[in-house]
Design a protein around this ligand. Sequence first.
Ligand code: 6GU
Length: 249
Amino acid sequence: MDTKNYQFAWNDKAFELVSCSIVRMRIDIISVMPDLLTSAFAHSIIKRAQEKGLLQIHLHALRDYAMNKYGQVDDTQFGGGAGMVLMCEPLARVIEKLKQERNYDAIIYLTPDGQTLKQPTVNRLSLQENLLMICGHYKGIDQRIRDVYVTLEISIGDYVLSGGELAAAVLTDSIGRLIPGVLNDETSALTDSHQDGLLAPPVYTRPADWKGYKVPDILLSGHFAKIEEWRYEEALRRTEERRPDLLKG
Ligand code: 6GU
């Protein structure tokens, strides 16, 4: 990475990255309902990542690549059965166009039969430059598009969504916040649940006594080493109680 294109400046507390002429990551998302995604990326950390120039998100409406003037992008499935399937031709058109413009490190299809998303995959993807995500709808996309173009298939859990858009938003959010320079110290990723294989410990803020419910004394002690030890013990206890499967690995 060429650091001389980065601009740092003082804010109230820290010398911080304010702009950067190299976009660190570009994510392209193909969808029949791109509007569903706009607000997901217009807030909080992902909004700031884009403002800082560290992340570019480009939405592509599949209907712009439709078969005909009626905007057809799907058809019934061969062999019979309910539900529509997104056709090869519109998807191939938009994918080919994008592939001509840049090399993609991964072409990801969001699908309930993909591999379940876990933090290590998110960490790995956050280091890439160009990602292409395809959102399915209805019964999904023609298998031949998966065979020809898709390099990674991801599900966000064992339940069914109406389409891949919300999954693409989840994946983009989880990746975007890890791009170097996006999070500051206050929002550090290192203490997140799952990042160290443990669930996060409980957290408290003022007042120290709320209707008689008190904050654990240790957190008010100012003894940083003891506090860290307490947090670790609580994280371990919580993980044993709620997600013993995480401790087996
Ligand atoms: Cl990625 N897509 C859909 N439609 N449903 C899901 C999913 C994806 N992950 C879990 N459920």
